[in-house]
Design a protein around this ligand. Structure first.
Ligand code: GLU
Ligand code: MG
Length: 447
């Protein structure tokens, strides 16, 4: 027998082929990095249709359209490779975002990334504009056992040091520029903001930011959670989607100095489309039993079909622009959609937002009224006159709104809708025995 000489096997870095499913969870498979790079990124791997029916609780919805049948591929998008090496990680965190395809490469009808891509392509074809966006994400650190610190406090930032610096360094290494790392209003709550990018990249970045934050927190023995509410009485974690349009010559296309709220006709119709379909959108953007705990009035989140300016309770907020030093407001002008959270797939969130906006553009809807005040203080008839409808604040209610909106349902292939709603109904069933803080904690452990 020949002698086998062994040297210690050093860790072989993996490239993670990642998709974010209907439950908003990043799932995937690791492949050896050398093999991946030698294949020039054309390495694909197997995937299973019923995976899209997995709930938050990791139980596959029953019934679902797929069962044990069928095969798919995860196809890496090499322009969407995000690799960094957080200082305490044993190997690099190397993520490549994937599309889910049939075996012949055709997009799979349930692929959330393809859903977004096709919405973006239609937006471009019908308006001549590019859609740009960025996700502003809040999260809470659990288990750090810090002393209490003031909201927005310097001490709240410094007691976490070097957490913020490590997160920023890792994300920048991964090619995601960070504008701000913020100590937020809530206890042990933080927020990350990043400049806008093209639509698919914006959603991909949102995913990578969550994973990097969670990983670096984990290295420190904490848990970073993007859960919409970590406790019923606590401050919510929002996902605020800022978006704008860029015309064919690179000119800002959402801004018109003379428009209502300085919206261009395009932006006004887009906003009107979003508001029209908003109750049904909630089933896809803030889509869990815990999401409704955040969508309450006076929480600075959102709770009505409300277009507002200079008000953080509005669901669609016209963001401020800065003119000091001769800065051009047109280039900064953007709208913010505040009724999303991390239990939803960022690709679906952006996809349905664009689809709803496009409906408004096709119907040439006029600018919706800009409301200012407290909708809760109005009589029902006054709210109706102002176009203010209460957003569903339960998942059951949101699914009913989705069932009642045939336009929104029409954006999805029948099997995709069946997969999505079946999974959400199963989630409701699994969460049945949980309420209040126990529900929040269960979700905080996943998101
Ligand atoms: N935490 C709030 C939310 O749940 C947002 C607060 C803010 O940054 O305006 O959306
Ligand atoms: Mg915030």
């Amino acid at each position: 027998m020949s002698k086998v000489e062994l040297k210690p096997a050093v860790a072989e870095p993996l490239v993670n082929l990642v998709v974010v499913d209907y439950a908003g969870i990043a799932r995937g498979r690791g492949v050896p990095r050398r093999a991946f790079d030698e294949s020039h990124g054309i390495k694909t791997c197997g995937w299973v249709p019923a995976n899209m029916s997995l709930t938050t609780f990791d139980i596959i919805a029953d019934p679902n359209p797929w069962g044990s049948r069928g095969d798919l591929r995860l196809v890496p998008d090499n322009r969407a490779r995000y690799a960094c090496w957080p200082s305490q990680a044993a190997t690099p965190l190397d993520i490549v975002m994937c599309d889910i395809t049939e075996l012949d490469g055709a997009p799979w009808i349930c692929c959330p990334r393809n859903f977004l891509k096709s919405a973006l392509a239609d937006f471009k074809a019908e308006t001549g504009c590019d859609f740009i966006a960025t996700f502003e994400q809040e999260f809470k650190v659990l288990g750090a056992e810090w002393e209490a610190a003031s909201s927005f406090g310097l001490s709240a930032l410094r007691r976490a040091d070097p957490f913020g610096s490590e997160v920023v360094a890792a994300l920048e290494q991964a090619g995601i520029p960070i504008e701000m790392f913020v100590a937020e209003y809530g206890r042990d709550q933080f927020e990350l903001t990043t400049p806008p990018s093209e639509g698919v990249a914006a959603a991909d970045r949102a995913v990578v930011i969550r994973e990097v934050v969670r990983e670096i927190a984990r290295h420190k023995g904490w848990r970073a959670s993007f859960v919409p509410k970590a406790e019923v009485a606590g401050v919510g974690n929002g996902v605020h989607v800022h978006f704008s349009f860029v015309g064919p010559k690179g000119e800002p296309a959402a801004y018109d100095a003379n428009g209502l709220g300085r919206m261009s006709a395009l932006a006004a119709s887009f906003a009107a489309g979003v508001l029209r379909h908003l109750p049904a959108l909630i089933a896809l953007t803030a889509a869990s039993p815990v999401s409704g705990l955040r969508l309450k009035p006076h929480n600075w989140s959102s709770s009505y079909t409300w277009l507002g300016e200079k008000d953080r309770e509005a669901t669609l907020r016209i963001c401020p622009t800065v003119t000091m030093g001769g800065k051009d407001p047109a280039k900064q002008y953007n709208l913010e959609f505040r009724a999303a959270d991390a239990t939803a797939s960022p690709h679906l969130v952006l996809g349905v937002l664009i689809r709803a906006g496009l409906e408004g553009i096709r119907a040439r809807l006029p600018a919706p009224p800009i409301f200012s005040g407290d909708p809760d203080a109005l009589a029902p008839s006054e709210r109706e006159n102002a176009g203010l409808r209460r957003l569903p604040d339960t998942l059951e209610g949101a699914l009913e709104c989705l069932a009642a909106d045939h336009v929104v349902r029409g954006w999805f292939a029948a099997e995709a809708l069946e997969t999505y709603t079946g999974m959400k109904r199963m989630e409701l069933k699994l969460a049945e025995g949980l309420s209040g803080d126990a529900l929040c904690q269960r979700y905080a452990g996943v998101y």
